[in-house]
Design a binder for this molecule. Sequence first.
Ligand code: APR
Length: 246
Amino acid sequence: ARLAIQAAHEAVAAAGRIVVLSGAGMSSESGIPTFRDAQTGLWARFDPMQLASTEGFRSDPRLVWDWYAERRAGVRAAVPNAGHLALARFAAARPGRLQIITQNVDDLHQRAGSPDVIRLHGDILQSRWLDPCRAPEPCDPATAEPERPPHCTQCGNLLRPAVVWFGEQLPPDALTRAESLARQCDLMLVVGTSGTVYPAAGLASLARDAGAMVLIVNPHASDLDAVAHQCLRGTAAAVLPLLFGD
Ligand code: APR
């Protein structure tokens, strides 16, 4: 494993344009639960269709809001781990060479100091209207009645977390930009994702097909292992400082 780490460190040092695709495992060592890890993953304990879909929200907005309020508190209590910090430091020392694309809805990459993070699945700390606001003067989400579920007192519109739910489109500009960067990079580092959710998971093949080296950092096997040139079996906080440290 040490030899693999050494080779990967050299590949990082030699790469001109690096794209990192991060998933929930990136924040696991910061205390934020992943989705599909056995026992500890959120989807082992909750029903994703009930809590992370538009239908689920419309059928019980109060339940979904209570769940997101709990997750928001967890995100606010979390701190960036050594993996987030290693990426931020590397990017600060080498402007323009490292771009982070994340599936995560927490703000830990940003709080670690990574400047321009592409967020494919939204931001759990932000809210937006469930339906387009039909008022002549669009109502401001910040004025929503805070009680559960938060809603607009003028048009009754419900407020929802600004995250991408199952079956919903990703923010088009984020996805377009991510696909373009995946096609142009020399190295893609895929860290902390099971690689089961598309189109995010498809970015690894885009990079590989365009000639990039694809590395995975994950303590377990993932659905993207076959796409990678090398899989480093370790955690984000343990391995990233070895790859991106000086
Ligand atoms: N370091 C690195 N990887 C880790 C760590 C760690 N400390 N701990 C767990 N992992 C790995 C697991 O082995 C797993 O492969 O992180 C991955 C987490 O996978 P998921 O829980 O499926 O999370 P993710 O891949 O980000 O899910 C993608 O699915 O639920 C939706 O929209 C949600 O963005 C999410 C998407």
